[in-house]
Design a protein around this ligand. Sequence first.
Ligand code: PMP
Length: 379
Amino acid sequence: MIAYLDNASTTRVSDEAAAAAMKAMTENYGNPSSLHRIGLNAELAVTEARKIIAGALGTVQESIFFTSGATEANNTILYGAAENYGRRKSTVVASSVEHPSVEEALKKLEGRGFKVKRVQPRPDGRIYTADLMECVDHDTFLVSCMLVNNETGSVNPVDDIFAAVKQRFPDCLTHTDASQAFLKLPLKASALSADLITVSGHKVHAPKGIGAMYIAKGVRIAPAFAGGGQEKGIRPGTEAVPLICAFGAAAKSQAASIDTAYKNALQLNMTLRKALDGLDYVTVNSDVRTSSPYIINFSVEGIRSEVMLHFLESRNVFVSSGSACSKGKRSRVLAEMGISEEDADSAIRVSFSKMSSWGEVDMLVSAIKEGALTLEKVK
Ligand code: PMP
């Protein structure tokens, strides 16, 4: 048995999703733009998937645009909004703990002359509405704030933040990267007052390489590419039909089990926290009151993340050190939260999925205890 507890990095593709991809590749292989029946069938399959993703976000299929993942969605949204809305206004307000696919794009926008104001989280890891609102003014054309932080699981009060933004600055666009929240926590575009939402397939048992953008009616995002007009010209290129169908199938089953999966993650999270509470060399960095149950970040005193990660691996337990996207680099997110360098250097991220089990948590806890003893001795 293995304990795969790195589901915020990526998840196992579900059997339904794999079957849907296979069907699209071998039976329903037409080009959705072709005028004949084979093409039409592919187009229908894409529409079906689009409706599922739209339903999961509480919106209509016209607002959903498929991309190659959350990275492309975030980049398209930031650059596309800057191009269309950043002529007379020049400021973007964002959290200081965004995923690199937002943060690095923001740096590029700064290089092009835009002003970026970054809002720091408080020690609980969250962005507070009052702190963010202090940065928003009449020059702000976009506010971008992630829903669930990928390293700590902190859930930002994005509904409250965006409602405050819209109340004072109705023309300001609101964007949330919901990659770690989609189909895990309740998420409706309208309830969030969001104009733009990013989601990713491979965090919810679809294959890697597929994601989507929600773009509210009336919001114009300049396309990143020029091409054949697919996705209403916003993301041209022949649709990735197998990936889109797999995303639809994965999302459908994830949506059907969202409540039971949440309860499962919460129980596993609580069990793990209880076990870690008993270990005086462990500090939990994810605030229990304000974090998603799917992610828990903790530090094992005096043992570097990578060293512990590889020890756990030797016991068939697979986790992440901070974030999989910043291999070997000290976590910017933990630093922004005010966590010490020593704790950041020994941070481990455990993340669950609907497939996670008690047995896996058990394996993890035993391996941490063994690792702490063994590695302490060899130091
Ligand atoms: N945003 C967040 C919050 C993420 O966790 C990730 C995946 N690590 C991404 C964006 C990038 O997603 P993708 O791999 O689909 O490009």
